[in-house]
Design a protein around this ligand. Structure first.
Ligand code: ADP
Length: 154
C-alpha cells in the first residue's frame, strides 16, 4: 500500500494545501495529513480547530486521514509505516528549504519526499497571509476552503 504523510502546520489549511492534497490522491492509497505539534511555535488556531478544519474540508474522501504528531517527521512516518512524505513547492525559496530537509530525511530513513508544484492560481497563498487578513478583520474566504471560512465566520 502506498501511504504518504503530508506534514505541516495547517494554521489554517488553505486552498494551496487543498490543491496539493487533491492532486496527490491518484498517486497514493492513503494520505495522512499530519499536523506537527511544535511547542516553540505560536499558532493562531488550536490543534483541535486545525484538525476540524481539515476534516471538514475532506469529510467525503476515504483516502484521507487527519492526525497530529510531535517529534521528527521521519520517526512519525516509520511509526505508521508510511514510505513517502508529500510537500508542495511554491517558489525557489520553498525549493531551497525543502531540498535540504528532503535530502536529510532520505539519509536518515530512506523515506522519499514527493513534491508537487503548486497550481498557478494558488501559488501565492500562504497560511501566514491568511492569518494576517483574519487578524485584521479582512475577508480571506477566497483563499481558504469553505469549511474553514464557515467555521471562522467570514
Ligand atoms: P510548514 O510549517 O511545514 O511549512 P505549512 O502548513 O505552511 O507547514 O505547509 C505545509 C506544506 O504545504 C508545505 O509543503 C508547503 O510548501 C505547502 N504549501 C503551503 N502553501 C501552499 C500553496 N499555496 N501551494 C502549494 N503548496 C503549499
Amino acid at each position: 500500500m502506498k501511504k504518504a504523510v503530508f506534514p505541516g502546520s495547517f494554521d489554517p489549511i488553505t486552498l494551496g494545501h487543498l490543491d496539493i492534497i487533491k492532486r496527490s490522491l491518484p498517486l497514493f492509497d492513503e494520505i495522512v495529513i499530519a499536523i506537527g505539534i511544535n511547542a516553540k511555535k505560536n499558532y493562531m488556531f488550536s490543534i483541535e480547530e486545525r484538525k476540524k478544519f481539515i476534516q471538514n474540508s475532506f469529510f467525503a474522501e476515504e483516502k484521507i486521514i487527519v492526525e497530529t504528531y510531535s517529534g521528527l517527521t521521519v520517526d512519525y512516518c516509520k511509526s505508521i509505516q508510511a514510505d513517502f512524505i508529500l510537500r508542495g513547492l511554491r517558489n525557489p525559496a520553498d525549493f531551497e528549504f525543502e531540498k535540504a530537509i528532503a535530502q536529510t530525511n532520505r539519509k536518515l530513513s530512506g523515506i522519499e519526499t514527493v513534491f508537487l508544484l503548486t497550481s498557478a492560481d494558488t501559488s501565492f497563498i500562504s497560511s501566514s497571509i491568511v492569518r494576517d487578513i483574519v487578524r485584521n478583520g479582512g475577508d480571506a474566504s477566497s483563499l481558504i476552503p469553505d469549511a474553514v471560512s464557515n467555521s471562522i465566520n467570514l
